[in-house]
Design a protein around this ligand. Structure first.
Ligand code: NAP
Length: 253
């Protein structure tokens, strides 16, 4: 299999990240399967990639910690040239109105969802930029349909963090457009993963399905395929682009 260099997928022990890591392994990337708590799940993703003839390593790092972000990229450097970063790791919190959100919640939401993505991208640009001696690359951010819809009475803080990701995608794309780096994003709609249970809403996918334009939620693999396309040379003239992968949910008039 032709080697495509190293792809880091943050938060790829499960959900959209795991599906992305599996597809990346099939596409010929050496995949860095980042996890924060789920070591065994991360190792299962690595084993699945290797069983198909791919290359992968699990690396623990909390992307809400600068030291751990630096260590993640230093670990990835040992596997070869970084060519792709997928900023997938993200959190929601319990459903609440803004007037009930405490400072600790807001700080954690922005630290992981926003600062983590910006800091990982910073480390990727240092390695990929042709201006700094790199060979270029692709960064794909995982935003959310919530960035457009706002998630009122649910998690407006999360929606705002994803709005920041959209703006960051556009700004960084323009900043490094002539340095060989493309920066894009996907905005998933309601996808069948454990994130809903982590926000105290295990029934959300089942409850919402009939209200969605396609009358079903999406799968993690449907998002992964969009991410892999945006990271690939097939998308060579797309930068600053944000692709809705929401089954029509996030189309606004
Ligand atoms: P998930 O199943 O809950 O998985 C989240 C992943 O993020 C886990 O692998 C987790 O690691 C990792 N993670 C959380 N905090 C981290 C941290 N501080 N450092 C490193 N990794 C961390 O979620 P998902 O649904 O696949 O979500 C993936 C992305 O898609 C998120 O950015 C989310 O906002 C976005 N998204 C999801 C949906 C949806 O409906 N599912 C919709 C729109 C957008 P561990 O496994 O080690 O705990």
């Amino acid at each position: 299999m032709e080697s495509k260099g190293v792809m880091i997928v943050t938060g790829s022990a499960r959900g959209i990240g795991a599906a992305t890591a599996l597809r990346a392994g099939q596409a010929g990337y050496h995949v860095v399967v980042n996890y924060v708590t789920k070591r065994e799940a991360a190792e299962r993703v690595v084993e699945a990639i290797m069983s198909e003839g791919g290359k992968a390593n699990a690396v623990q790092a909390d992307i809400g910690s600068e030291d751990e972000v630096l260590a993640l990229f230093e670990a990835a450097d040992r596997f070869g040239q970084l060519t792709a970063l997928v900023n997938n790791a993200g959190i929601v919190d319990q459903a609440a109105r803004v007037d009930a959100m405490d400072w600790a919640r807001l700080e954690r939401m922005m630290r992981i969802n926003v600062i983590g993505t910006v800091a990982c991208s910073r480390e990727a640009v240092k390695r990929m930029s042709t201006r700094k001696g790199g060979k270029g690359g692709a960064i794909v951010n995982v935003s959310s349909a919530a960035a457009k819809l706002g998630a009122p009475a649910l998690y407006v803080d999360y929606a705002a963090s994803k709005g920041a990701i959209d703006t960051f995608t556009v700004g960084l794309a323009r900043e490094v457009a002539d340095e060989g780096i493309r920066v894009t994003a996907v905005r998933p709609g309601i996808i069948e993963t454990e994130i809903h249970a982590s926000g105290g809403q295990p029934e959300r996918v089942a409850q919402m399905a009939s209200q969605l334009p396609m009358k079903r939620a999406g799968t993690a693999d449907e998002v992964a395929r969009a991410i892999l396309w945006l990271a690939s040379d097939e998308a060579s003239y797309s930068t600053g682009a944000i692709l809705d992968v929401s089954g029509g949910r996030s189309i606004l008039p």
